[in-house]
Write a protein that binds this ligand. Structure first.
Ligand SMILES: [Zn+2]
Ligand SMILES: [Zn+2]
Length: 350
């Protein structure tokens, strides 16, 4: 075991600060990765501050990880020292339950997947530590390939923000001829706009801030609707094939459900803190669907990364040093980031 530099929260109310952690020596099937970049996800804040309950401290967040392989176990076949590699929200699962065998390891129910941070660490005990660290060791099956054609820092957030939006768009077969709405232009929303546009859909962005119009168009939206404007919203009644709702603040789902046409689907990927009321008439008439989606399995995450490599798609990012993380959290809570912070992990060594 080796001492690894990291940043951790020691309690729900303490700022993140330097804290050395242990990583396991790679076992036969493990890949050791020196982390170059780690994206900063809203889940990191929720977990560091125990806003969803169940956080164990010290807590090292981070699940948008890109780095370089520095050691592999003797049975590893897909990676070698010097390769680029990525790790997302998952680092292990049972591989045998129905969900794992369906390539949906995120829903492993035997008893649950091992998430990159704040999950039971089956090797060292305690909980798993995430990417706000200089190194991570992960079993080969959960390590992903990234294209060396893409900007690596801008690739990191694909591992959560990317797959979270890619997966539902694929599951509901969004493509040419579809009118697709994206609610919210943040870390998730800006990727949803890019993917839906790349899949050939007519993309409409819903935002509360008129100031985002120009950016939304640059990212691939054909239309921008200010959601506070009832008349503007009503023009789109019964017209959407699909809406991806990325907003995690409290908001009215009914305002969007009425925009779906028959058999249209609205999928939620943001998690408002309180239960959200739904007027059921908006669903049964005319047979609309309301669903949720959580990241994606390992195979689909690789498919997404390959798609991004082939189409030159990355996230719009703002680079920070590790010691700027607490300030970055405060800015994220004010939506003051375009559109994802990424930590330059070289700053953790110095
Ligand atoms: Zn995330
Ligand atoms: Zn499983």
């Amino acid at each position: 075991m080796e001492k690894t530099n990291a940043f951790a929260a020691q309690s729900a109310t303490s700022a993140l600060a330097p804290f050395p952690i242990q990583r396991r020596e790679p076992t036969a099937r493990d890949v050791q990765i020196d982390i170059l970049y780690c994206g900063v996800c809203h889940s990191d804040i929720h977990t560091a501050r125990d806003e969803w309950g169940g956080t164990s401290y010290p807590c090292v967040p981070g699940h948008e990880i890109v780095g370089r392989v520095t050691k592999v176990g003797r049975d590893v076949t897909r990676f070698k020292e010097g390769d680029l590699a990525a790790v997302g929200c998952l680092v292990d699962s049972c591989r045998t339950c129905d969900n794992c065998r369906a390539d949906l390891e995120q829903f492993c129910d035997n008893p649950r997947a091992t998430f990159t941070y704040n999950s039971e660490d089956k090797h060292l005990g305690g909980v798993t530590f995430g990417g706000y660290s200089s190194r991570i060791v992960v079993v080969e099956d959960f390590v992903l390939r990234v294209s060396d054609k893409l900007d690596l820092a801008a690739t990191a957030p694909l591992l959560c923000a990317g797959i979270t939006t890619y997966s539902p768009l694929r599951k509901w077969k969004v493509g040419k001829g579809h009118k697709v709405g994206v609610v919210g232009l943040g870390g998730l929303g800006h990727m949803a706009v890019k993917f839906a546009h790349a899949f050939g859909a007519h993309v409409v962005l819903f935002t509360t801030s008129p100031g985002k119009t120009e950016d939304a168009r640059r990212l691939g939206a054909a239309e921008v609707v200010v959601s506070k404007n009832g008349d503007e919203m009503a023009k789109h009644n019964n017209s959407f094939d699909f809406i991806l709702d990325t907003v995690s603040a409290k908001h009215d789902l009914g305002a969007y459900l009425t925009l779906l046409k028959r058999d249209g689907a609205m999928v939620l990927v943001g998690v408002p803190p309180e239960p959200v009321p739904v007027a059921v008439f908006n669903l049964i008439m005319p047979r609309r669907q309301l669903a949720g989606s959580l990241i994606g399995g390992i195979a689909e995450t690789q498919e997404m990364l390959d798609f991004c490599g082939d189409h030159g798609i990355t996230c719009d990012v703002e680079m920070i040093r590790m010691d700027q993380i607490n300030e970055a959290y405060e800015r994220m809570l004010k939506s003051d980031v375009k559109y994802r912070f990424v930590i330059d992990m070289a700053s953790l060594k110095s």
